[in-house]
Structures are given as structure tokens and as C-alpha cells.
Design a binder for this molecule. Sequence first.
Ligand code: HEC
Ligand code: HEC
Length: 428
Amino acid sequence: MPRPVPRAIFAAVMALAVGGAAAASEIVSPPPPVVWQRESATAAPALTRPTLPRRPPADPDDAAHAALGEALFRAPELLGTVARRSGLSCQACHVEGTTNPQFFIRGLSARPGGLDVTTRLFNRRADDGIANHRDIPSLAGVAATAPYGRAGKFPTLADFTRHAIVDEFDGEEPSPLALEALVLFQRQFDFPANANLDGAGRLSARASAAARRGEAVFARPFPGRPQLSCAACHPPAQAFTDRRRHDVGTGGVFDTASLLGAAATAPYFHDGRAATLAATVAHFDRHYGLGLAEAERADLLAYLAAVGSASARTEPVSLAGELARLDRFKEGLEVAFVARDGVVAVAVVAVLRRELGALYERFPEPAHEPARARLITLSRLLQELATAFETEAWDPAAERLAAYGAEAAALGPALDHDRSAARFARPD
Ligand code: HEC
Ligand code: HEC
């Protein structure tokens, strides 16, 4: 079947937008983009996506700023030339705040799920001269797990976020608004729900007998080291991390990882050297001379699996969910507009246009022609908006923003009407 014409037009419009944004800051011969492995290798739109529970900001006034942060989390525009050209954003590695077990860059990743973040590829100044792979951490519960970075060298989330943008990926210094928004967004990521645990991190009645025996091994002092136990460094009442740095024989001093949700975040340790939770237990057994019996190891493992379990790791992709996110990003865009932050506004527009492009792919049938036409109209409005923001023409921008808002408000009913054979998960 021939491709519908509007799709080609849309692609051209999108390509222009992306190319146009990059061109302004590039010099004569831009470095080539790097190829990285996306979370989904298939071309068809995903019907589920990874998920973490989100805790809304304590102050409801912060919701729009957090929405702005959510959009910026998907913006390669914030990062330096190589990352930008490669389409790398925070979201590429921390998919919806989780990890990306498939992530791989040839020459930079020792194994899937991470990379060396201190090489000259992204930022010359960041090169530490040695190949040191770092496993991508999940951002679950990140508000409560300071300090940050595998080595725990950054006291606040804002410090680390700035470090990621400026040092690791060579982006421009982020505006205070961008940084605040990104921090508010990340602070929303909660630990996955886990019915095996009560509020203080103790096993609930639901846990198995083996896990219960393992809980005792976890709390037991190490032989000849009465101060030391698994629980001393991973206190259950404190999200299983003492928030300190230790040398536990993994090749340096590293931040104690929380064990919540860990069942879903293999491999383990700062560089992913342990493929399974069993391998981490074997490591501690050896390193601290624990002399665990076979049955004790199995019990400890059952406990780690119970503590690390996550009830919902993915959620279905629904039209309602996609529209709600477009809405949030529009709210975020309004925040950038009100703050007259042109750089941030242009980045959010680019994110929104890619979201529309992804939505477009979910309406492939000839019968979806009206849906696609609407998405193109919206994307064109955004393109005009980007031009207004780039030139800091705030009055025309206000007008275009209102036009976009009106058209976007009509999108939901129009697409809902057109849903036959659209590519969404049908939960029932
Ligand atoms: C190419 C993959 C990649 C990208 C892009 C990326 N990160 Fe990371 N992130 C990592 C890796 C690997 C680490 C561990 C690095 C370290 O310890 O220095 C990390 C660590 C973190 C941490 C520390 C978590 C903790 O508990 O210690 C935060 C927060 C974070 N990233 C946020 C971000 C934000 C915000 C962005 C976008 C501005 C971003 N990351 C972009 C791979 C990435
Ligand atoms: C002295 C403090 C300390 C003790 C004792 C300790 N841990 Fe840890 N644990 C850490 C640190 C630090 C890390 C991170 C190491 C790294 O990244 O290389 C870690 C990492 C882990 C991880 C990997 C988490 C991940 O997501 O990568 C697991 C699992 C774990 N510990 C379980 C245990 C168990 C089980 C015990 C008891 C047998 C134990 N720990 C004892 C400090 C400790």
C-alpha cells in the first residue's frame, strides 16, 4: 500500500525543525552522531512503556514547573553537539526514570545498560583518560537517595543534573528555570509499589518463609565485625541505603545503592559487573568472609528478590495518556513563555513536535487521514511558535501559543473519534 502523502510532508517538516535547531550552534564540520540502542528496537510504536509511580510536587504550584521538567527530560536540545545530533536526552538513558538495559554505544559501553561518561566523545574537558563504564541508575526514589552519582560526589539533585548537562554532555549552562524544572520532575519518581514491605521496610505477611529467614541473615552482624551487616549499610527503614560512600571491594568508593526495585535493574554495582542478585551475594560473601551456607545464600536471595520486587514495571500506552502528556508539556511551555526563557521554550517546542510525530505514527490507516491532518496542523503551529521564540518576538508568540492551545484542546475528541485500528494498547 502506498504511504499516505501527508506522512511524507510531515517527515519533511519534522526534519527541517530538527536540522534547523542544530544548525545555529554548529561549526564547520560537526562531529558525527553516535549510534545508541533504543529501549525498543522495533519500528512499530510501542504499546507499553516502563513506568515508575510519581508523587506530585508537595506544592501544587510546582506542578507546571515539574511538567516543564518532564518535557526538558526529553530534550537533546539541552545537551552538547554530539549528544544533540545523536538524539540523546535524559530519557534515552533513564527511560521514564527507570534504566535502559539495552543502551549501548560501541567503544563506550563495556556492556549493555551503561557507558563511560568521562570520555572526549561528548565533552573533551570531561575525559579522565581511562575506560570506566558506569551502569545507568534508576531514578526511583531519587529525592531520598542523596548523594548523587555512582561515586556519590554530588550532594544535591540540582548539582548532579547540572553536572550531567554541562560536564558529561557538554551542554550550555542551564538556566535556573530549566534546572529547577528538571529537579522538580525527577523528585516525583517514587520507588515502585511493593506489597512485600510495610512502610518501615519490614517484610509484610505476604512474604515467603525463605524471605523471612533471609531478613534475619540480612540483619545479622558479620563474623568478627559486629558493627557491620547488610542492614547497617542498607537500613530497611531508610529505603535500604545509608546514603554514604564505602569501599565494598568493587574497585573504589561508591554510593550505597538502594535495594528497592532492584529486581528490575540488573546488572548491579556501579559498573554493572554483577549480572544477577546472586552474583552480588556471592561477592559480599567472598569480600567479607561471611561463610554463608548454601541455604543461607538462597534465603538472602529470596529476601533481596522480595525487597527488590516491583509490582508494575510497565503501563499500557493509551490515547488518554498520550494526550495528557501533550497537555502537561503545553503547560510547561507556558511556564517558559511567562518566564521569557527563549532557549527553554524552543527546546520544549521541539519536544512537543517529536511527541506529535510519534502520535502520528499511531494513526497509520487511510481512515486516519483527518487525524494525521490535525497533527500536522498542530506541528505547523509549533513551528511558527519556535520562530517567534527564537527571535524573542513575545507578542506574536503569545498569539501563536493561544492558537496552539485552542487547536490542541480540540485534538482529543477528534482523535478519539478516529480510533479504529490506531496503535494503542487496549487494556480490556
Ligand atoms: C547516555 C546516558 C545518560 C544520559 C543521556 C543521562 N544520564 Fe543520568 N546517568 C547515566 C549514568 C551512566 C549515570 C551514573 C553516572 C555516574 O555515576 O557518574 C547517571 C546518573 C544520573 C543521576 C544520579 C542518580 C543517583 O541516584 O545517583 C541522575 C540524577 C541523573 N543521571 C540524571 C540525568 C539527567 C537529568 C539527565 C539529562 C540532563 C541525564 N541523567 C542524562 C546515564 C545517562
Ligand atoms: C559497608 C557497607 C555495605 C555493606 C556491609 C553491604 N553493602 Fe551492599 N552495597 C554497598 C555499596 C557501597 C554498594 C554499591 C557498590 C558499587 O556500586 O560498586 C552496594 C551495592 C549492593 C547491591 C547492588 C545494588 C545495585 O542496584 O547495584 C546489592 C544487591 C547489595 N549491595 C546487597 C548487599 C547485601 C545482601 C549485603 C550483605 C551481605 C550488603 N549489600 C552489604 C554497601 C554495603
